[in-house]
Ligand binder design. Structure first.
Ligand code: PLP
Length: 404
């Protein structure tokens, strides 16, 4: 059975590499990958890790070694995937609002392409006809997920081609002889309710009847992992059984045997990540005790951007008496990681660990306030190794052209 990293292990790593620091635990990723494969073993399932959650090349290589494929949302993610050793047939390109040039580049690189608007579908069909099979991203208009900003299936969403435009899709497919090999949906992030996925699958089956060249249905992601101790995760075992059953029924009714694809991001890398920071200042104001840390939303933006909860552990004083703190960053803007949080007494110099920091942590970091991005460390087989060095002052000036 898999064990999370202990406070002492994390503290040793903080002492060795300094803070702020992202730490990723390879065994946790392997554990989640294994769990997914087990859950869907009765289906013909493929898993495409959503690279955008965490793109360090070592993480990509790890995913490859675990037998996963890769879902990419930019052409540079595709290039990173190829560099990490994925075959083009193991890469799915799911962009939105990109130029036709970028789609052509993906075709040249020979990866699977997911098309998410009528304009590109028509251009692609006109140019390539039935010579390059594609997948179509549909919007099933399912409203689900943790936060409006991370929901993609609702009526006002920019993502995918509405299922109500099926006549138009069919018109393009027929006229250009486009070969459609897959249908895709991705309704958002952090969907706990298995029924949301099943409702989506039903809609996809309905749509699948419009195409006789279909090989797979891609259900995207949205698998939820717990961020708060009271939260549940998506029951992937239940989902796996129900998806297998639904596929079986579909096969009996239509004679078509389809693969099912998934694109998990958070599920694979959220819990593997720990973000370690140091308490610079304990500041008592009229109403609040602030812990001011040596980081900010320039390093971990999720609390400010999505109001997301990250559990915080005082790894320097885990047994200390609990007190109530507001944990803030050092950015010159409101920069709050956690309000009214009970933590074992925090002293200046203590190291705090943010949990669930693997997904959309480092990836969304920036240089705001001219501060440097954190380093990244991978823990594997009990050993830690630096996988991204800490930036230096020169990195801030890189690509700037001094003309004055
Ligand atoms: C972001 C994204 C994912 C991954 O979502 P998670 O919530 O991290 O699992 C999968 N597919 C697509 C198309 C995405 O944009």
């Amino acid at each position: 059975m898999h064990q999370p990293l202990s406070n002492q292990q994390l503290l040793d790593i903080a002492n060795q590499y300094g803070t702020p620091l992202y730490v990723y635990h390879a065994e946790q990723i392997a554990h989640r990958a294994h769990q997914l494969k087990e859950a869907f073993k009765q289906c013909n399932a493929r898993f495409f890790y959503a690279a955008k959650a965490l793109t360090n090349i070592n993480i990509l290589k790890l995913m490859k070694s675990l037998g996963l494929s890769l879902d990419c949302v930019s052409i540079h993610e595709v290039q990173l995937g190829l560099k990490a050793g994925f075959n083009p047939s193991e890469i799915l390109y799911t962009p939105n609002c990109v130029s036709f040039n970028e789609i052509e580049e993906a075709r040249r690189l020979n990866v699977h392409i997911n098309i998410d608007n009528i304009s590109i579908l028509e251009q692609f069909g006109n140019k390539y006809g039935n010579t390059y099979p594609v997948c179509i991203r549909l919007n099933p208009h399912i409203m689900a997920g943790g936060n409006f900003k991370i929901s993609t299936g609702h009526i006002d969403s920019k993502f995918g081609i509405s299922i109500h435009q099926m006549r138009h899709i069919e018109r393009i497919v027929k006229t250009t002889r486009l070969h459609v090999k897959g249908l895709h949906m991705h309704t958002g992030s952090e969907i706990k309710d298995v029924n949301v996925f099943l409702a989506g699958l039903d809609i996809m089956f309905e749509m699948a009847r419009h195409f006789d060249t279909l090989e797979f249905i891609d259900m995207g992601s949205g698998f939820k992992v717990p961020y708060h101790v009271d939260e549940d995760e998506t029951n992937v075992h239940l989902l796996g059984n129900q998806v297998a059953e639904a596929l079986h029924t579909f096969e009996n009714e239509t004679g078509k045997k389809l693969e099912v694809w998934f694109e998990p991001g958070k599920f694979l890398v959220s819990e593997c990540g720990y973000f370690l920071v140091k308490a610079n200042i304990i500041k008592q104001t009229t109403a609040t005790v602030f812990v001011g840390v040596n980081s900010g939303f320039n390093h971990l933006i999720r609390p400010m951007f999505y109001d997301s909860y990250h559990h915080i552990v005082n790894i320097s004083n885990p047994e200390g008496p609990e007190r109530i703190y507001t944990v803030v960053g050092n950015i010159c803007e409101t920069d709050t990681f956690a309000w009214d949080r009970k933590l074992p007494e925090v002293r200046e110099g203590d190291v705090l660990a943010f949990m669930n920091a693997g997904a959309y942590g480092f990836e969304m970091s920036s240089h705001f306030n001219s501060r440097l991005k954190p380093a990244e460390v991978l823990v594997m087989n009990g050993h830690s190794v630096l996988i991204r060095s800490r930036e230096t002052f020169e990195d801030l000036l890189k690509n700037q052209i001094e003309v004055l």
